[in-house]
Design a protein around this ligand. Structure first.
Ligand SMILES: *Cc1c(COP(=O)(O)O)cnc(C)c1O
Length: 388
């Protein structure tokens, strides 16, 4: 029997033609496809600027640098995320800390955030940047989060890796209405893909210029940015220490082509999540609560079992049937690298309890009714055995 992954890409003939056209063109990298992809995403999201890079981890890194994160600064994120949301602060030499999640949405809790800000203000340990993560594709409560962050002079960088195509308060995620910048990932398991890829969106023209430089070695070719007179038309200047984080035109062409189907991808995922809610309703597990102000672009079907001791046998039983369930996420600070920095259990009790019972089921555009029924049958049968 074929196996069913927890997520996968969808590639059609238009995607292949778009990539082929780049391969036949003069530009494999630093050509026109990059700007086309950037413009398409920025326009879709209602953001002024977009900078495409080689992956979302790089996007988070240069966004942190652009927002002033440096040696000794403090950055906060949620523990219920992929390690890259925290690693980006460490790349800048900053200290990372974690704000607990809400027990219903599994997203960063505005109440926990408020309490942590109050304590940090008393102790003189306020962060420079907060990175809320739109877990599973549902936007965090950005209005509340931005309000409290602004009160404490903290910048906000959205890790929207899961959430392209989602909406919050009627507006597209990525428009940066409640943040300084937002990041998308185009890894193949995410909503749209460019093979590997990421993007930073912002409405701030200065941050935009800085991100362009950081993406490409810290170099500018713009005479207006140069120190002193350019010596000639060949001249470029390296103004700071940047990176080679560029995306290729091959990737950008794929990403731009996928943007044409973004709404269709998201719509299909929403319908599947509705199917899951209906079919799993009577089982001893819960799915993330959807808040009325959000229109998620469900990237993951993240279930929480009623009992932690059911997770491992259910995971193993599903795997044995070729259903490649997954777990999103172990709290980042429980990773050995972060433990070695001094993090201990108990820091974010809600995230820790959630992780113990978390199990992600298959969710992707091409998940057929047949495969979906197999998943539902396997979950129902295995869980009734395990939980009895
Ligand atoms: C996938 C992911 C990233 C990293 O994305 P890459 O494009 O693989 O670097 C960062 N944050 C979150 C929440 C993710 O899910």
């Amino acid at each position: 029997m074929f196996s069913i992954p927890y997520g996968r890409q969808n590639i059609d003939e238009a995607d292949i033609a778009a990539v082929e056209a780049v391969l036949r063109s003069d530009w494999l990298t630093q050509g026109p496809a990059i700007e086309r992809f950037e413009r398409k995403v920025a326009d879709y999201c209602g953001a002024r600027h977009a900078v495409a890079v080689c992956n979302a981890t790089a996007a988070l890194h240069i966004a942190c640098l652009g927002l002033g994160v440096a040696e000794g600064a403090r950055v906060w994120t949620a523990p219920n995320t992929f390690v890259a949301s925290a690693n980006c602060a460490r790349y800048c030499g900053a200290d990372i800390d974690f704000v607990d999640i809400d027990g219903e949405t599994f997203n960063l809790s505005p109440d926990a955030l408020e309490a942590k800000f109050e304590q940090a203000a008393r102790e003189g340990t306020l962060p420079a940047v907060l990175i809320p993560v739109h877990f599973a594709g549902q936007s965090c409560q950005m209005r509340e989060i931005a309000e409290v962050a602004r009160r404490y002079g903290c910048k906000v960088l959205e890790d929207a890796s899961h959430a392209i195509g989602g909406r919050y308060l009627g507006e597209a995620v990525g428009g940066c209405r409640h943040s300084d910048a937002a990041v998308f990932s185009f890894h193949p398991v995410k909503i749209i893909t460019s093979g590997e890829g990421g993007m930073v969106l912002t409405n701030d023209p200065e941050l935009y210029q800085r991100l362009l430089r950081l993406r490409s070695h810290g170099i500018t070719r713009d005479p207006a940015q140069m120190r002193g007179e350019a010596e000639g038309g060949w001249c470029y200047q390296q103004l700071e220490l940047g990176f080679n984080y560029r995306m290729t035109d091959i990737q950008a062409a794929l990403g731009a082509s996928q943007m044409d189907r973004l709404d269709a991808f998201v719509e299909r995922r929403r319908r599947r999540v509705a199917d899951y809610r209906r079919e799993l309703e009577d089982l001893p597990l819960s799915l993330p609560r959807q808040l009325p102000e959000t229109d998620p672009a469900w990237h993951l079907l993240a279930a929480r079992l009623d009992q932690p001791q059911w997770r491992r046998p259910l995971f193993d039983a599903l795997r044995a049937e070729g259903i490649l369930a997954n777990v999103h996420y172990q709290p980042v600070y429980q990773q050995p690298y972060y433990r070695q920095l001094g993090f201990r259990d108990g820091l974010c009790p809600v995230a820790e309890a959630y992780y113990q019972r978390a199990l992600s089921l298959p969710l992707y555009y091409d998940l057929t009714d047949e495969a979906f029924d197999r998943v539902i049958q396997a979950v129902r049968t295995s869980l009734s055995e395990i939980a009895s």
